[in-house]
Design a binder for this molecule. Structure first.
Ligand code: CP3
Length: 353
């Protein structure tokens, strides 16, 4: 395996000194890029793109070639695990993901309990190996998974949701079914991340997109506790020892201390959390990743530069910051605005190190 030529991201995640603040953006390979739309068209649809390692590799590289980000993120989706568990994932145009066979009962959970979804996810580990080869040490490769809670929301609702009435209904009506499902998913996510690390992922991020819809008590029990288990397992494994782990709970700004106490290396912040207050709270325990509002990219070049200055200033001097958006880049963004963002970070951040 090649030595990293640019290891700013890994150093920042481990709170080691850096010359400037590293940056990447969530969903950096996506529909706002014309080259992504072209490859997706060639693939035929989004799932085929995810399931064809050569094409997944191609779109992973696109934003790096265009912008010179400090990290590559595996092109895939968090819903590969439920797909591999036999729920029948489909993406319909304009409607997002849905499952043919959602989880509705303990019997459904029991049906998936003894499956090994990682065996079905060879296309992901193949993509990881191929991307590592293609990167040739240019920047680190980020692997990822959804959190057990966030995967459970899609598996129980059967599709994206605003109210989460089925999964939160299950939480209060049939908690043992949800707990069993989360146990199955904790094991699957651990195995999946271990497989990605073995194939070459150099850091991993757990996306807990829907942890923020829970009360604190329920967050700790149903979202954080499974993530805690995963972090503990990953930290036990020699091959994963030097691989920083990032936890991102969207809407999790009130629970940063509890998240930091899991033993993870860094926390992702959405834009509703103040990064200065977050840093004051977690101190040197973890690095912070974020947290520009993705909609900043609809502003003028001047506004974008001003917002970058603000977030750098708020984090302040010293290492432990990875600049990112507070959530994924939206499809309507003008790709030229991302150039402005990257250049501003490269121009303004050395003063903070
Ligand atoms: O960050 C990256 O560049 C890596 C790629 C990535 C995708 N999905 C590609 C994608 C990552 C890290 C994800 C994670 C993911 N997927 C999450 C967690 C992060 C988050 O955004 O909150 C979630 C909740 C999903 C599930 C999912 N996938 C939804 C709800 C949708 C439809 C909504 C939407 O934005 O389109 C997807 C589709 C998806 N995943 C696209 C991409 C590029 C768009 C698909 C397309 O090309 O039509």
């Amino acid at each position: 395996m090649s030595v990293l030529k640019n290891d700013l991201l890994i150093r920042a995640l481990l709170r080691k000194e850096v010359e400037r603040t590293p940056m990447w953006i969530m969903r950096q390979a996506g529909r706002y890029l014309p080259e992504y739309r072209a490859t997706r068209k060639r693939a035929g649809n989004f799932l085929t793109l995810c399931k064809t390692p050569e094409l997944a590799c191609e779109v992973t590289m696109q934003p790096l070639d265009r912008y010179g980000f400090d990290a590559a993120i595996l092109f895939s989706d968090i819903l590969t695990i439920p797909d591999a568990l036999g729920l029948g994932l489909q993406f319909s145009e304009g409607e997002g993901p849905s499952f043919k066979s959602p989880i509705t009962s303990m019997a459904d959970v029991e049906r998936i309990t003894n499956l090994s979804p990682v065996n079905e996810l060879g296309y992901v580990t193949d993509a990881v190996s191929l991307i590592r080869k293609e990167l040739d040490g240019r920047v680190p490769l980020i692997g990822f998974s959804g959190s057990p809670w966030t995967l459970a929301t899609y598996m129980v609702e059967g599709k994206g949701s605003k109210e989460f009435h089925k999964v939160k209904g299950m939480l209060y009506k049939e908690p043992e079914t949800l707990e069993k499902l989360l146990d199955v998913l904790s094991k699957s996510v651990t195995d999946y991340l271990v497989a990605q690390i073995s194939a070459g992922a150099q850091t991993v991020m757990i996306f807990d997109t829907w942890g923020g819809v829970l009360s604190k008590e329920c967050y700790l029990k149903y979202s954080l506790s499974p993530m805690q288990k995963i972090v503990r397992e990953l930290k036990k494994i020699t091959s994963a020892k030097d691989v920083p782990i990032v936890l991102f709970t969207k809407g999790g700004g009130n629970w940063l201390n509890e998240m930091a106490a899991t033993g993870c290396d860094a926390l992702g912040l959405d834009w509703t959390t103040e990064i200065d207050a977050a840093r004051a709270q977690v101190g040197d325990k973890v690095a912070l990743q974020g947290n520009l509002d993705p909609c900043v990219l609809y502003g003028s070049d001047q506004i974008i530069r001003k917002e970058v200055k603000k977030v750098l200033h708020k984090f302040g001097k010293g290492s432990g910051h990875v600049l990112n958006l507070g959530h994924g880049i939206q499809q309507y963004v003008d790709p030229n605005k991302v150039t402005v963002l990257v250049e501003a970070v490269k121009e303004f951040s050395p003063a903070y190190h």
